[in-house]
Design a binder for this molecule. Structure first.
Ligand code: ZN
Length: 326
């Protein structure tokens, strides 16, 4: 397997700001057809031969929503996996690669080395997201609890002037939650913070939360799509009807004993991931670490790189870098 340092550099950028790692000529061809972000990336079929792993970059994977959009930077979820942008594995989907390479890619600390355990997104909220909660609990990929895969997440604020809603006011109980959902006064129960660039909020499973309008965050989360929508601010969907709420499930998932998340600027260590924010001056070295992959997000140019567990890398970058490992 490849243990030599590999230099990863941006070759081209889509007009939306997403990074597109190809030769300028190829990117030009695709731009000639349409905006890169409008192309639904497709996985290519597995071939029998497994090339050596190398630091991976991915095609833009954009999810538009009622309230803004999500850029799925690194995803192993089968319904919308990241697709490798260049190199010998170009076109291959991250969920397929995790199952083909196992711990060589994900690391020995992954709960199931053949499943990529985390999901990384940039969330650009123009309007506020619904108030939601995810189940807490066991590591992903062990046994799926009846209430759905658990999700602990964290946000790093990239920009915006809006608010962040994280946690219920101390002393709130289930009856108050139910009543405020029913009467449309749920905001009264939520702890709110102004979003400040560079601040982090750690949101363990069981915490009620929402991202406000005019906020952009980088989100690290357990790879799970279990979301219980508790309150939607009285909004209607594209069909003119209110979106479905999951109040009963949400009430079961809320942990009323959790302490209220506070904005912070320090390393985040939890049973599911380790996150740190650092500053690079020209380049960043990532060493081989058999226990874990390293996921990097370059704040200044919006570039993500996934360094597999059995690879080292020297990444050309400047400024703030967000690094996550298991
Ligand atoms: Zn969430």
């Amino acid at each position: 397997m490849n243990r030599g340092a590999t230099i990863v550099e941006v070759v081209a950028k889509c007009c939306c700001g997403s990074i597109y790692l190809r030769t300028a000529a190829e990117c030009g061809t695709i731009h000639g057809v349409k905006h890169v972000c409008d192309i639904q990336p497709e996985r290519t079929r597995q071939s029998a031969a497994l090339p050596e792993l190398y630091p991976l970059t991915f095609l833009p994977n954009v999810h538009n929503a009622l309230w803004g959009r999500e850029l799925w930077e690194i995803s192993g979820l089968a319904q919308s996996p990241s697709i490798v942008a260049s190199g010998a594995l170009e076109g291959r989907a991250l969920d397929d690669l995790a199952s083909a390479y196992g711990a060589a890619l994900t690391g020995t600390k992954a709960p199931r080395p053949d499943v990529f355990p985390l999901l990384f997104k940039v969330i650009e909220a123009k309007d506020r997201l619904s108030v939601q909660v995810h189940p807490a609990g066991g590591a992903l990929g062990t046994t799926r609890p009846p209430e759905g895969d658990p999700k602990t997440e964290m946000w790093y604020v990239l920009g915006g002037q809006g608010r962040i809603f994280a946690g219920l006011k101390p002393g709130t109980d289930a009856a108050q939650v139910e009543e405020c959902v029913r009467t449309g006064r749920f905001e009264e129960l939520l702890v709110q913070h102004e979003a400040h660039e560079g601040e982090e909020l750690f949101i363990p499973g069981g915490t009620v939360h929402a991202i406000g309008g005019d906020v952009t965050v980088y989100e690290v989360q357990q790879s799970s799509d279990t979301t219980y929508r508790l309150y939607d601010w009285g909004r209607v969907g594209t069909d003119g009807k209110p979106r479905q709420l999951h109040v009963e499930e949400a009430l079961r998932a809320i942990d009323f004993d959790l302490s209220v998340p506070q904005p912070q600027k320090k390393e985040v260590t939890c049973p599911y991931f380790k996150f740190r924010s650092l500053v690079a001056d020209g380049f960043l070295d990532v060493a081989v670490n058999p226990q874990t992959f390293t996921a990097l997000y370059m704040v200044d140019d919006g570039r993500s790189v996934l360094v597999p567990a059995n690879c080292s890398a020297r990444i050309a970058c400047n400024g703030r870098v967000l690094a996550t490992t298991l």
